[in-house]
Design a protein around this ligand. Structure first.
Ligand code: N7H
Length: 456
């Protein structure tokens, strides 16, 4: 949805044949298998990777598929991306000097500062993971068969540590994550790829265009004309954060139902919508604060066309604790020096749900791309989601100071009391609804760098 209007090829300023397809446009998937593996024989890995090289999907192909989608259903295709952890990059001989320490030390080392539960990881995520295949298809069987074929092609050089199958939910819940909310509505527009719409600095209405260097190495970023590329092989590549997030769906709905009276918002649907910032349909509460508007939810020219600060300065329509307000506060910093801060924290989200509705173990295989894990994913998680005081300095309309609370979905590490409504109401301490059960920090290299890995 976010890229449904892309620049004509002659105007694209990004090197699309170099950038892997999941990074900016996404592998447009109904099903995906993340195959995490150890490289056991580097020399054979080079040659075996060579045999599947033609299957790797780059962004020029995804752009063509995205354009074909405008004319009809997505053509059948299998997607493949390949990404490496710090240990994997070193095994294949790439110089990692200057890469950010958060990436080099890996996701396990980040658990303390992210306030992840320290004992919740599945054993596989403590094992040696050097790389991952991201395999996508039209349905779980197709994706699983393709993953098996690719693993077979690499069988002399890798040891599979874990396969993580994701699938979009069935029937009317397609496109909705497990709490029931429509996902995948708001992504940043990318300068040099997304066609400007009615406003020159936006793609779809409300979709601000962000410089490509926020997501892909080798391009201008929001904060620097020529951001540092510590190693030349990083050009056209991107850091990938993967997190296996188990969702406690029944607990979420029970909590929301239990807090309706305290919230003063009148119904569980409305309170749930305010806690996320969107109704289950996807309609934003900033534009539809009192009742759902499914028509708006389905209309990409309206469903993301809002700001917060000027129109909702006291959190009456979308509380400051609302997930989408925490994660992308739009104009909440006002016109001062931090005005552009939210654009600098943008990520490209590329996750997919896992587990079926009846399973106890279900949730989101969260994935996001960026050029700094420290400044993007980790900043969003620690400084905004896990901080009860963010957005700071706000009041309700009576002038009373507001402490928003931790992000209701992903906030970790403290009492989870949320402030909603105006005049404000404080909800009871919530249990944890989203539990991190594994994580991997990876790098998604360019076509040239992948070829270099094959060539040795
Ligand atoms: Fe979130 N949810 O259902 O509650 N997310 N998220 N997220 N999220 C979004 O606007 C959800 C997670 C962001 O541009 C929507 O496309 C769940 C992490 C950002 O306005 C919904 C989980 C991080 C946005 C959810 C989860 C983020 C966003 C609205 C975990 C980063 C875009 C759909 C299980 C650290 C904000 C949409 C914008 C949107 C949910 C995780 C960040 C419904 C259930 C870990 C940046």
């Amino acid at each position: 949805m976010p890229f449904n209007s892309l620049l004509p090829n002659s105007e694209v300023t990004l090197d699309l044949p170099e950038i892997q397809g999941d990074v900016l446009i996404g592998l447009k998937k109904n099903a995906e298998v993340f195959v995490f593996f150890e490289i056991t024989d580097v020399a054979r890995f080079r040659s075996e990777l060579g045999t599947i090289f033609q299957d790797i999907t780059f962004s020029d192909r995804m752009k063509a598929i995205e354009e074909a989608k405008q004319a009809g259903p997505i053509p059948f295709f299998l997607g493949l991306n390949v990404a490496f952890t710090a240990s994997g990059l070193q095994k294949v001989g790439l110089n990692v000097a200057g890469l950010e320490p958060e990436f080099m030390n890996g996701a396990a080392a980040a658990r303390g500062r992210l306030a992840d539960g320290m004992n919740n990881w599945l054993p596989a995520y403590h094992d040696t993971i050097d790389a991952a295949l991201l395999v996508t298809g039209v349905d779980p069987t197709t994706a699983a068969n393709q993953a098996d074929a690719l693993i077979n092609a690499l069988r002399h050089s890798i040891r599979v540590v874990r396969q993580e199958p994701g699938l979009v939910r069935a029937g009317a819940q397609k496109g909705h994550e497990h709490f029931g909310f429509e996902d995948g509505i708001s992504q940043p527009g990318v300068l040099g790829l997304t066609a400007p719409g009615a406003k020159p600095d936006q793609g779809l209405p409300g979709q601000d265009l962000v410089k490509a260097g926020e997501f892909v190495f080798g391009y201008e970023s929001e904060t620097a004309a020529a951001p540092a590329v510590p190693q030349p092989w990083m050009r056209n590549g991107s850091y990938l954060v993967f997190r296996r997030l188990r969702q406690h769906v029944d607990a979420f709905h029970a909590y929301v139902a239990s807090q309706v009276a305290a919230s003063g918002l009148g119904s569980a649907d409305r309170l749930g919508a305010h806690l996320i910032g969107r109704w289950a349909s996807g309609a934003p509460t900033a534009l539809a604060p009192a009742a759902d508007d499914p028509g708006m939810a389905q209309d990409p020219t309206r469903n993301n066309d809002f700001e917060f600060g000027g129109e909702d300065p006291n959190g009456a329509k979308c509380p400051f604790v609302g997930h989408i307000r925490k994660m992308y506060p739009r104009d909440d910093f006002g016109p001062g020096p931090l005005h552009e801060e939210p654009e600098h924290r943008r990520i490209i989200r590329a996750g997919i749900p896992f587990g079926r509705d009846a399973d106890a173990d279900k949730g989101l295989l969260f994935a996001c791309y960026q050029t700094s894990i420290a400044d993007k994913f980790e900043f969003l998680q620690t400084t905004w989601a896990n901080s009860p005081n963010f957005m700071f300095g706000k009041t309700d309309s009576t002038g009373a100071a507001t402490t928003p609370g931790l992000d209701i979905t992903i906030g970790q590490g403290g009492p989870r009391t949320s402030t909603v409504n105006d005049p404000q109401r404080v909800l009871a301490d919530a249990p944890v609804f989203v539990e991190n059960t594994g994580a991997v920090y990876l790098f998604s290299p360019s076509r040239t760098t992948l070829q270099q890995i094959v060539n040795g």
